[in-house]
Design a protein around this ligand. Structure first.
Ligand code: ADP
Length: 479
């Protein structure tokens, strides 16, 4: 199956760096926009309110001073207005009920005697108190107007206008300060986000490079990422995954090469023997029979190896038969009967002992295989005049099987690798004894798949000792 990978040179806009950068810019822009508009709007509103209060107050003072008059004319208005304190307003107009100006504080361009038609004034002559304020081109322009009443009759109106540049200058100062601060913040945040996003995406790029290297088969490549953040943690996880991958890959390669070597040896022997039969003239029937017997033995050996390999493949793939409660003692006795024949042949003394009630959750075949492989090895490797002790007992919720011998034992350096596939201390001896180098791997995998364990050690007074522990099965009836 072809592996379709994403284009390694993705466009810049699809990169994380670009996306991070863009999102930072959006966030900063939104914050700065808010910072430059909201405080100004609030300040403007505050100024409007204070102006409304102060102007309406001034206008009502003026209205009050005019309120005793039954009708308004230039003289009495001017007299009444003379007593009103200085208000600081830019312009004050007083009109009669028709809107004719009776009083105007402006000297140049005075509207005295004319009709004033300001919208606020018209509203006031209709009986309303009016205020309006606007801010533009550097000034607040405020207008306030109120009617003057005599016995509930509108006899005129007061109109006040204020042009304020002082408050506007304060507001503008605030605006330009905010702008300066915003530009400073924007530059600082952009620089910071650039540095941060570079650091972050730099780490991701390193990780990506490492993943691609490993994908292309460089299993020894590791992602070198410093720090303790999530990306550094992902890199650590990736590195330990790659370590395991490398171990698995090494094991796989070694297994394939060992398996090919193991299969090649008997095949070469068969080839050689058949060639000899075919190419030797006048070969006598006795020799032919011997050669064919040898071919048969080699074929037998191939069968053993392939059977063992099949067993291991089934264990690797977790293809296990449904376990039942197995009473180990009768299985042990059966194996002992078979092994004692072999032991007699080899001049080895085989003894066994069982204590307690030993039941495990497995299959009879598995238990048989484990006991047989270990006993067979002990008999094979203990040599002439060897002694083999097999002991089965139940101890601390475990069924413990010990197979010990008084043979040469296993060199300490080989002990850690003894359960590896095709691992043999003495290859020639093992082959001569018909071994495939897979027996202990099968024991190990069979036991561990059922939750047990197996270990090996050398006995202090010589010989090897294998100990298998299965979890003891408690449920069944005593036999
Ligand atoms: P083999 O088919 O070669 O016996 P095993 O996996 O059963 O393969 O055993 C692996 C190797 O462990 C053997 O080749 C032998 O060198 C060593 N070994 C196993 N059992 C014993 C024992 N009881 N004493 C000494 N060496 C042993």
């Amino acid at each position: 199956m072809a592996i379709i990978s994403k284009d390694e040179q993705s466009p810049y806009w699809a990169s994380l760096k670009f996306k991070f950068g863009l999102s930072y810019i959006f966030i900063i822009a939104a914050v700065l926009l808010l910072m430059n508009t909201y405080p100004l709007m609030v300040s403007e509103d505050l100024v409007f309110r204070s102006k409304e209060a102060s102007m309406q107050n001034s206008v009502s003072v003026m209205v009050y001073s005019l309120s005793g008059l039954d009708r308004l004319n230039e003289e009495n208005v001017s007299d009444a207005m003379a007593v009103v304190e200085e208000t600081g307003l830019s312009r004050i107009l007083v009109t009669d009920s028709a809107g004719r100006v009776l009083y105007d504080t402006r000297e140049t361009g005075s509207a005295l005697g004319k009709y004033a038609l300001y919208a606020e004034l018209v509203q006031a002559l209709m009986g309303n108190d009016v205020f309006s304020c606007s801010y533009h081109t550097g000034a607040f322009r405020s207008h306030a107007s109120s009617p003057v009443l005599y016995q509930n009759q509108i006899i005129g109106a007061v109109y006040a206008y204020e042009y304020d540049t002082e408050q506007a200058a304060l507001l503008e100062g605030l605006q330009s300060n905010l702008l300066r601060v915003s530009i400073g913040i924007a530059i600082a945040v952009l620089l910071l986000s650039f540095v941060l996003s570079r650091a972050l995406t730099g780490k991701i790029s390193k990780l990506l490079t490492a993943i691609r290297q490993v994908r292309s088969g460089a299993y020894s490549h590791r992602a070198e990422i410093r720090g303790h953040d999530e990306i550094a943690q992902i890199a650590d996880e990736f590195n330990s995954l790659t370590d395991r991958l490398q171990v698995t890959e090494d094991t796989r390669r070694r297994f394939v090469s060992d398996a090919s070597h193991e299969l090649k040896t008997p095949l070469s022997a068969i080839q050689l023997l058949t060639d000899s039969i075919l190419h030797t003239d006048n070969i006598d029937p006795e020799t032919t029979r011997e050669f064919v017997a040898d071919i048969g033995a080699e074929a037998q050996r191939l069968t053993h190896i392939t059977e063992d390999l099949l067993k291991l493949t089934r264990l690797d793939n977790d293809i296990l038969d449904v376990p039942t409660e197995v009473d180990v003692e009768p299985v042990l006795e059966q194996v002992m009967r078979m092994a004692s024949l072999l032991a007699q042949e080899q001049g080895v003394e085989l003894t066994y002992r069982t204590t307690g009630r030993c039941r495990v959750l497995a299959t009879r075949g598995e238990v048989h295989q484990v006991i047989y492989n270990l006993t067979d090895n002990a008999v094979k490797y203990s040599g002439k005049n060897g002694i083999v002790w097999v002991h089965l007992e139940e101890k601390d919720d475990q069924v413990v099987l010990t197979v010990a011998d008084n043979g040469p034992g296993i060199p300490e350096a080989d002990l850690p690798r003894i359960f590896e596939r095709f691992y043999r201390v003495d290859k020639a001896r093992s082959r001569a004894a018909g071994g495939t180098g897979l027996g202990l791997s099968i024991v190990h995998d069979t036991v561990t798949k059922r939750g047990g364990s197996v270990r090996v050690e050398n006995r202090p007074d010589g010989g090897a000792m294998f100990t298998v522990c299965w979890p003891a099965q408690k449920g069944g009836q005593d036999a």
